[in-house]
Design a protein around this ligand. Structure first.
Ligand SMILES: Nc1ncnc2c1ncn2[C@@H]1O[C@H](COP(=O)(O)OP(=O)(O)OP(=O)(O)O)[C@@H](O)[C@H]1O
Ligand code: SF4
Ligand SMILES: [Mg+2]
Length: 393
């Protein structure tokens, strides 16, 4: 565990019960988001991007099955401790003096917590689950909540959704309630995220500030409108305003422009890019296309068949892609000059009810060998923080 990470997904396996049998979608998916980092999660339709994002928020459909894995959410620093606490902490349990701080942060205090050394840091465990990480920094010790989202109780999950992690949806029309005016929905969002009191002037002022940030003109009229009285682009801007009001730690944008027409898509992408640049969010930007995220993410995770097949800094992915699927994605980027149609990747997304053995990409891979059909390759560190899962030399 790293003191810099806000989210760590470890070996996540999620599938769906379907009338054809069990659809085994996520296959040991691993992903890390560091504080302040912007990452892109890229892969073709059906590779499991939304399944992963919904797992973080725990909003999967009823037929979904989380088979195994961990999703650690490492919230912001709770407080700094001076070094004299170190010895005390070694003895555990957490001092009751600190209880208020934990409670103020919506975290229950594990009364019989135990400490164990994990690399350079300490982990506070309760019932065998890591609940906090304690890290040494230049300014003393810091404690960060480190919670497995998959084991959170309902109250903690509500807090995670209301205050810590928010999602800009793919479809703003389906996300806004058609029966309520925008002002009622903004008020709810701001109230539950702890942004404003119930005072009408208070939430109105904050809503107008947020609408200004997302370049929504005539904010008073927007507040007084029902969602159907706004254009698709305006509805998406309202959703973005709601999301950025809530996110304290992580902002997830799951293909936020799919349902918008091309010119509006561009404006909305620019808007999200500007917000990400201005604010100190850690962010996950989901897209089917590499080109769409190139300008505003630090790192790219390429997903194929429910697993990460390559991850590296954005510049490395573009200059030195290693996995045959990433190479195919690069060749799929439309070129404006010369070259005609892009080459693309032949074949289709795997059928997860009967997923390919070994490397799931083997039926489509130009370099597949016998071993690829039998054994799944692990992600291997190539150096320079570049990881690839492929048997090819
Ligand atoms: N509720 C569900 N029941 C059964 N199968 C599902 C369900 N939701 C998703 N799937 C299947 O899981 C696989 C991954 O879907 P997911 O929505 O995560 O893909 P995605 O990468 O987000 O695709 P897109 O880019 O099209 O949004 C697909 O085969 C999809 O059909
Ligand atoms: S492991 Fe084999 S099939 Fe999979 S991408 Fe590499 S070469 Fe292709
Ligand atoms: Mg999706």
């Amino acid at each position: 565990m790293s003191k810099n990470s806000v989210l760590e997904i470890e070996d996540l396996n999620v599938g769906y019960n379907t009338y054809r049998g069990f659809s085994d979608v996520l296959d040991d998916l691993n992903l890390t988001l560091k504080k302040g980092e912007k990452i892109g999660v890229i892969g073709e339709s059906g590779c499991g991007k939304t399944t992963t994002m919904k797992s973080i928020h725990q909003i999967l459909s009823d037929n979904a099955v989380i088979k195994s894995g961990k999703i650690y959410f490492n919230g912001d620093e709770l407080f700094a401790l001076d070094r004299s606490y170190e010895k005390y902490l070694e003895k555990g349990p957490i001092h009751t003096e600190l209880q208020d701080t934990f409670e103020e942060n919506d975290l229950s205090v594990p009364s019989k917590s135990k400490l164990s050394k994990e690399g350079d840091s300490w982990a506070v465990k309760s019932k065998g689950t890591v609940r906090y990480g304690i890290y040494q920094t230049e300014n003393g010790m810091i404690i960060k909540p480190r919670r497995d989202v998959l084991k959170m109780k309902k109250k903690e999950l509500m807090s995670l959704r209301r205050r810590h992690v928010s999602m800009i949806p793919q479809d703003p029309t389906a996300s806004l309630n058609p029966l309520y005016k925008v002002k009622t929905q903004m008020k709810d969002v701001l109230k539950y995220s702890g942004e404003t009191t119930e005072e009408i002037e208070d939430y109105k002022e904050r809503s107008i500030e947020l609408f200004d940030e997302v370049a929504l003109t005539d904010p008073e009229r927007v507040l007084d409108s029902y969602p159907f009285q706004l254009s698709g682009g305006m509805r998406q801007r309202v959703c973005i305003a709601m999301s950025v009001a809530v996110a304290k730690d992580i902002l997830i944008a799951d293909e936020p422009t799919t349902n918008l027409d091309v010119t509006i898509q561009d404006q909305v992408l620019r808007l999200i890019r500007d917000i990400l640049e201005e604010r100190d969010f850690s962010a996950i930007f989901v897209s089917q296309a590499l080109g769409a995220v190139r300008k505003f993410v630090d790192r790219i995770y390429v997903v194929y068949g429910g697993t990460v097949v390559e991850s590296a800094s954005t510049s490395r992915i573009f200059t030195d892609p290693k996995h045959p699927y990433t190479v195919g994605l690069m060749e799929s980027i439309p070129k404006l000059t010369g070259g005609g149609f892009s080459v693309g990747i032949a074949g289709q997304t795997p059928d997860y009810v009967d997923a390919p053995s070994g490397c799931r990409f083997h039926p489509r891979c130009p370099d597949a060998k016998d071993r690829c059909k039998e054994e799944k390759p692990d992600l291997v560190d190539l150096g320079n923080d570049h990881y690839v899962a492929c048997w090819r030399d």
